[in-house]
Design a protein around this ligand. Structure first.
Ligand SMILES: [Fe+2]
Ligand SMILES: [Fe+2]
Length: 172
């Protein structure tokens, strides 16, 4: 069954949200790269690439269903954050926003009776639980060590260990 216009429009809007997420995390990486927090910057660059992979999943799904991906204007992200705590709190708030976008998409899929898209979106529902948990775990860690130079150094080193997940090549 070819994808309906309302569903395709909503998914195209999510391509923009995911690309903005990527843009935002790249901006976060750049800010902390310039402030000599290489681990934070590296973590954010991995995050940015994951968001790119998310946009590709939506792109592939729209295509597979006979629709066409549409690329909308992406807002300019904030350029600077005052502390790493501030940075990861902003990342957490952004992920909470994305979770609500995904829930809205599920609602559209249900209204439209698009069962296939509803099932496709389940991956994102689960992914968002993980995304929020990851950001919030780092926020809590920073709160514990932020007054210790050594603690922050160790945390930065820990964050640098995150590696790039393979880019999704299909709608899977
Ligand atoms: Fe995402
Ligand atoms: Fe995300």
């Amino acid at each position: 069954m070819i994808i309906g216009k309302k569903m395709a429009d909503a998914l195209n809007e999510q391509i923009r949200e995911e690309l903005f997420s990527s843009y935002l995390y790249f901006a976060m990486a750049a800010d902390f790269e310039s402030k000599d927090w290489p681990g934070v910057a590296s973590w954010m660059k991995v995050q940015a690439q994951e968001e790119m992979a998310h946009s590709l999943k939506f792109y592939n799904w729209i295509n597979e269903r006979g629709g066409k991906a549409v690329f909308k204007a992406i807002d300019k992200p904030q350029e600077t954050w005052e502390s790493s705590l501030n940075l990861f709190e902003a990342a957490l708030a952004h992920e909470q926003h994305i979770t609500s976008c995904i829930y809205d998409l599920v609602k559209v899929a249900r209204e439209e009776g698009d069962i296939a898209t509803e099932i496709f979106l389940q991956w994102f529902v689960t992914e968002q639980v993980e995304e929020e948990a990851n950001a919030s775990e780092i926020v809590e860690k920073i709160k514990k060590v932020q007054n210790s130079q050594n603690g922050m150094y160790m945390l930065d080193k820990e964050l640098s260990a995150r590696s790039i997940a393979p880019v999704a090549s299909s709608a899977e």
